[in-house]
Ligand binder design. Structure first.
Ligand code: KG4
Ligand code: ZN
Length: 341
């Protein structure tokens, strides 16, 4: 079965072709980062308009890359939610119009299910069950995943998502939007011993997390440092980035290990944009190796939003005859309410 996947939930237009026999055949992405950078964040109306411009050309590029035509498609999958209403409507309209015109099924995919299943596009891929650490710009959750659609939330952030904390802290340090990846690059050159920031809820019994206090702690540190040093110099900025990353990574690694202990599971799957963070990957790999646990990641290019994860999740839902939703969008959508196959 050949599935076209379309992702338009936020500021990336992603289109991909996934074949249930041959695997991922093509994957094209356009990021709107540069367009939103001058506003310091995503402008929803501009995002929607840009998705309109990009969706069809990206689809044509995907078909060309795979040497296929529209007639070869067996189904179309699109991100139904959660995300920006207007942006989602673009993907929903393109997908439904295409599917209607071609007389093939269409399936609305949950964006987080896409992220959650994206490590299954890697080789080797994890078997069920596993603990999933979902760390994106909008969500931070630890989940017990027993199978497709069998998602049990073990813990989640009580305030900011991990990616949001990266982005807000980066903004506070004067880095351009979206600051997460740049903050993490600067952190690599920072001194981990110069500053220490709090590890919120590190030793709490629950698997819940909280990251908004960390951002406030960075603000306090910046103000104090400015009072003593005057302007923040490049070295100090890198050291603050490092202190922030050390704190957030320690919380994510500790909570993930606790979730594995609590469930007795041996496999951890990491998904979402922050899963691209090198220090997080190194921290999880080291901790897991010491305990005989396995950690799985999506291919690096599929950590952030993309069409491949939507095509894959759509293909899984269709092959199990358990579509999660059809025409329409769901800007707010709880992952645990998805149907079980
Ligand atoms: O999954 P994603 O592409 O979009 C959402 O569904 O939210 O995640 C985007 C988030 C942003 O907050 C971005 O700053 C963060 O992932 N991110 C990173 C890195 N790469 C992306 N955060 C830390 N380190 C990175 N290398
Ligand atoms: Zn995402």
């Amino acid at each position: 079965m050949l599935v076209l996947g379309i992702e338009t939930s936020c500021d990336e237009t992603g289109v991909a072709l996934y074949d249930t026999e041959a695997g991922l055949l093509a994957h094209q992405l356009h990021t709107q980062m540069a367009m939103h950078a001058r506003y310091g964040g995503v402008v929803p109306e501009l995002a929607s308009r840009d998705h309109i411009r990009r969706a069809i050309p990206l689809m044509e590029a995907c078909l060309a890359e795979a040497g296929r035509t529209l007639k070869d498609l067996d189904a179309v999958a699109y991100t139904r939610g959660p995300g920006l209403g207007g942006a989602l409507l673009v993907g929903a309209s393109v997908a439904n119009a295409l599917a209607f015109g071609l007389g093939i099924p269409v399936v609305g995919v949950h964006h987080l299910e896409g992220h959650l299943l994206s490590p299954l596009l890697a080789d080797p891929k994890p078997d069920f069950p596993f603990v999933a650490l979902l760390v994106s710009g909008g969500h931070t959750q630890l989940m017990a995943v027993h199978g497709i659609g069998q998602y049990e939330i073990l813990g989640e952030t009580l305030d900011d998502a991990a990616g949001e904390a990266f982005d807000k802290t980066a903004k506070l340090l004067g880095l351009p939007y979206p600051g997460g990846p740049m903050l993490s690059r600067l952190a690599e050159e920072g001194d981990p011993r110069r500053f220490t920031l709090p590890r919120p809820m590190l030793h709490a019994d629950s698997l819940d997390m909280s990251f908004s206090g960390l951002k406030t702690a960075v603000l306090t540190l910046v103000t104090q440092t400015q009072a003593t040093l005057g302007e923040i110099d490049e070295t100090t900025r890198k050291d603050i980035c490092r202190a922030f990353q050390e704190a957030i990574v320690e919380v994510l690694v500790t909570k993930s290990l606790k979730a594995l202990r609590q469930t007795g599971m041996k496999r951890l799957v990491v998904a979402g944009g922050v899963g691209a963070n090198k220090q997080l990957r190194a921290g999880l790999d080291t901790a897991a190796a010491r305990r005989g646990l396995e950690v799985f990641y999506p291919p690096l290019s599929l950590c952030t939003d993309n069409g491949a994860m939507i095509a894959y999740a759509g293909a899984m839902r269709l092959s199990q005859r358990s579509p999660a939703g059809s025409f329409g969008v769901a800007p707010r959508w709880d992952l645990t309410t998805l149907p079980r196959p």
